[in-house]
Design a protein around this ligand. Structure first.
Ligand code: ADP
Ligand code: MG
Length: 263
């Protein structure tokens, strides 16, 4: 029996009492931890719903315009709207695929599929994918890729996904009319890939949280999984990811990929 009396003077607890107190403390810790996980989950579901809801509404609107028939009956009459629907759909797929990969990573089901790949080709593909989004914001994407890069053994889809996440972030945080640079260079036994923007930069306060799952700062849009996932993917390749950012000047995200012995 433990008697916690609220007396001012100190008293010594018996070994049994200490054991009981430790047990109670452990139970409280479990409850607190559960609550944190629950809170994180609800925040995640809220942002996810928001992220998927907005593009779905945008698609719905575009489809409604097409269906009124006001634009005409032939494909050319509404092709612009169809392209919008397609592009928004791609965005949704990216969000969904990010979540799936995080789930696979965390449940130990994730496997990278390694093969010899060309970084220049991957960058070309990712830039092509992101171009419509960039055009819409009047942002240009400039490539600065060293011409004689060796091929490397990587999972080209997953590395493409990292670059797309970084370009996506840069687009989200760059002002209309600005440019984003995607570069790649060889440094010793690594290829360093860099995505730069001249947006608002990352505040000191947020710098330490940027690679966390669901960073806690107030965001307008985003599930907060992109950088977390990118870090996992880069590290699964034996690489590193980091950034340099200055408030008011812009941000550059870098990641390295080892050039394997067989390349
Ligand atoms: N290029 C950037 N410039 C400024 N802030 C950035 C940039 N990239 C990422 N961030 C910050 O890092 C946070 C986490 O990014 P990310 O993991 O991709 O999640 P999301 O894009 O879904 O918010 C963003 O919400 C944003 O605050
Ligand atoms: Mg992102």
């Amino acid at each position: 029996m433990l008697i916690i009396d609220f007396v001012k003077e100190q008293r010594t607890f018996s070994p049994e009492e200490i054991e009981l107190l430790l047990l109670v403390a452990a139970q409280i810790a479990i409850v607190v931890q559960k609550k944190t996980v629950e809170d994180t989950k609800s925040t995640f579901i809220a942002t996810l719903t928001h992220d998927l809801r907005s593009p779905t509404i945008a698609q719905q609107k575009a489809l409604e315009v097409i269906m009124t028939g006001k634009l005409g009956k032939s494909l050319e009459d509404f092709s612009e709207y169809l392209e919008d629907v397609y592009r928004i759909n791609e965005e949704e797929l990216r969000i969904i695929n990010n979540i799936l990969t995080v789930y696979h990573l965390e449940s130990g089901m994730f496997r990278i599929k390694l093969a010899l790949a060309n970084i220049q080709a991957i960058i070309n593909d990712t830039v092509r994918t992101m171009m419509p989004l960039a055009k819409e914001q009047e942002i240009s994407i400039v490539q600065e890729v060293q011409s004689d890069l060796p091929e490397i053994v990587i999972d080209k889809d997953e590395i493409g996904r990292v670059i797309i996440n970084l370009i996506g972030n840069a687009l989200k945080h760059t002002y209309r009319g600005n440019k984003i640079t995607v570069g790649a260079n060889r440094q010793n036994n690594e290829i360093i890939i860099a995505v730069s923007d001249n947006g608002p930069g990352i505040s000191e306060e947020n710098k330490s949280k940027i690679f966390h799952r669901f960073p806690t700062e107030k965001r307008q849009i985003g599930t907060g999984l992109g950088l977390y996932l990118s870090k996992q993917l880069v590290e699964a390749h034996g690489g590193r990811i980091w950034f340099e950012s200055e408030v008011g000047k812009g941000t550059t995200f870098y990641f390295s990929l080892p050039i394997s012995h067989n390349a």
